[in-house]
Design a protein around this ligand. Structure first.
Ligand code: SF4
Length: 466
């Protein structure tokens, strides 16, 4: 199971936390559109509501009112093919100890088989790594440990990516893996004079939308525990190294442009990618346009640095999900046609620079180039704001195997021919790193093959296939 999910946790005595959590999850909808869920604690019991669908489909005012209490966790989920069923929705609840607990997870464990074997658990495809973590935690709680102690014991054995929130009676915990692959930040509700509570969320816009102030990011390996009365921090797991390994694709593609990650606004970094790409791979053209949404800031940057006018060439239907995180190949091709429509007046007879964030299988990009040519484009020059995507991700992003990654099996010239563009250039890794301005603090394994944490399969050398 590999997913790009969003998580939220809120403790706010006297506030209607389910409605606040709804707004925060709504701001994280881009991280997963397959299912949504919440778990609350109302001083007596834990209640979980979850279902397949968007946040706005899963929750009504009636269900939100039923989610009473001042402590909540929430989740929005992307799922891989075959796991888009109700049982895969989160939070995952387990009865253990006096009241049980619920967990919501963003990431992917890479040693599920070993964890399950060691514990004598039959790990089937119907179980998610979150189910497995819940089972392992429940066993530790049943053995007499507190949930916080159990998290320390179980997560020390887990490898891979996890930014997760856990709710128990009267308390929530938020934990980030020792590499800090997936984002997780802490915010404050209310004012300094009149504090109203705490919020933890995958991205900072979830704090903005509920009026919370950003406090800081949760550190790699840190556990933040929040009750109605206090917030405490523990270094639960040793950081994996001197430098964090935040997913570089959070900057390129996943995160909202208004998110702040490690002190950098994502929109600004995307503009810089475009500026550097223009210097690195210039071309004579009449107009620069971006593939919405994440290609647009990079296109603005390319236009600014090249002096070629910026324009809009593709109109996006905002009510369609993102193609890269759509779980089925057939659905994906149809989604491109439903999602984008060309603006003929800006395209006809023009030489276009089209900036996009990435090429994974190449099918989406090829469909876009054909759409632009059908609309009368004279030339289509593709500029990509990430280097060739060569290796699968094992840290929480659903990507194809190497066989289906276009760049893993073709030269750039072959890719250009397959896609049907007049020219194709990718930003260099050095320029991408320059644009983000973080010194070695990002994972870029899908671009380099240098995986910072163990992977679940034996990998070939760069350029090889298996
Ligand atoms: S392998 Fe790629 S997609 Fe996965 S965490 Fe690393 S940078 Fe992100």
């Amino acid at each position: 199971m590999k997913e790009a999910c969003g998580v939220v946790a809120i403790v706010a005595p006297g506030r209607d936390v389910a409605h606040i959590c709804y707004d925060a999850l709504y701001a994280l909808q881009h991280r997963g559109q397959e299912s949504a869920g919440m778990a609350t604690f109302d001083d007596h019991q834990i209640t979980v509501v979850k279902d397949n669908g968007l946040v706005s489909h899963v929750f009504t005012d009636t269900t939100l009112r039923a989610l009473a209490g001042s402590i909540v966790i929430g989740h929005t989920r992307y799922s891989t093919s075959g796991s888009a069923n109700w049982t895969a929705a989160q939070p995952v609840y387990r009865s253990a100890g006096s009241s049980g607990f619920a967990i919501a997870h963003n990431g992917n464990l890479t040693n599920t088989t070993a964890l399950a074997d060691d514990a004598g658990i039959q790990f089937t495809s119907m179980l998610s790594d979150s189910d497995l973590m819940a089972e392992l935690l429940a066993r530790e709680v049943e053995a007499g440990h507190t949930l916080a102690e159990s998290l320390g014991i179980v997560l020390a054995r887990c490898e891979g990516a996890f930014s997760m929130v856990i709710l128990e009676a009267g308390e929530v915990h938020a934990v980030r893996d020792p590499y800090g692959f997936r984002p997780l930040c802490l915010g404050r509700l209310g004012t300094e004079d009149r504090p109203e509570g705490w919020i933890v969320a995958s991205e900072s816009p979830a704090l903005d939308v509920v009026g919370a102030s950003f406090v800081r990011e949760i550190r790699p390996g840190e556990m933040v525990s929040i009750t109605k009365g206090a917030m405490t921090s523990t270094q639960l797991l040793e950081p994996a190294g001197e430098k964090q390994k935040l997913c570089i694709f959070e900057f390129v593609y996943f995160a909202r442009p208004d998110s702040y990650l490690m002190g950098h606004q994502v929109h600004t970094t995307r503009r810089r990618m475009g500026e550097l790409l223009a210097g690195q791979s210039p071309v004579e053209a009449d107009i620069v346009m971006g593939v919405p949404d994440s290609g647009v800031p990079a296109a603005e940057g390319y236009a600014k640095a090249s002096g070629i006018p910026f324009g809009y060439g593709l109109v996006k239907n905002r009510y369609i999900g993102r193609t890269f995180i759509s779980p089925d190949q057939n659905k994906r091709a149809a989604t491109v046609r439903r999602k984008l429509n060309p603006l003929r007046e800006n395209i006809e007879g023009e030489r276009l620079v089209v900036v996009d964030d990435s090429i994974v299988r190449g099918t989406t990009t090829r469909a876009i180039v054909k759409m632009l040519r059908d609309a009368g484009a004279r030339e289509v020059h593709l500029r990509i704001s990430s280097p060739p995507f060569m290796w699968p991700c094992y840290y929480g992003i659903d990507t194809p195997t190497r066989d289906d990654l276009l760049a893993a099996n073709h030269t750039v010239a072959e890719m250009n021919e397959f896609i049907g563009s007049d020219s194709l250039e990718f930003i260099s890794l050095a320029n991408l790193r320059n644009a983000i301005q973080l010194d070695g603090e990002c994972c870029d394994a899908c671009l380099t093959g240098a995986y910072p944490a163990p992977t679940p399969v034996v990998l070939g050398t760069a350029g090889s296939r298996w």
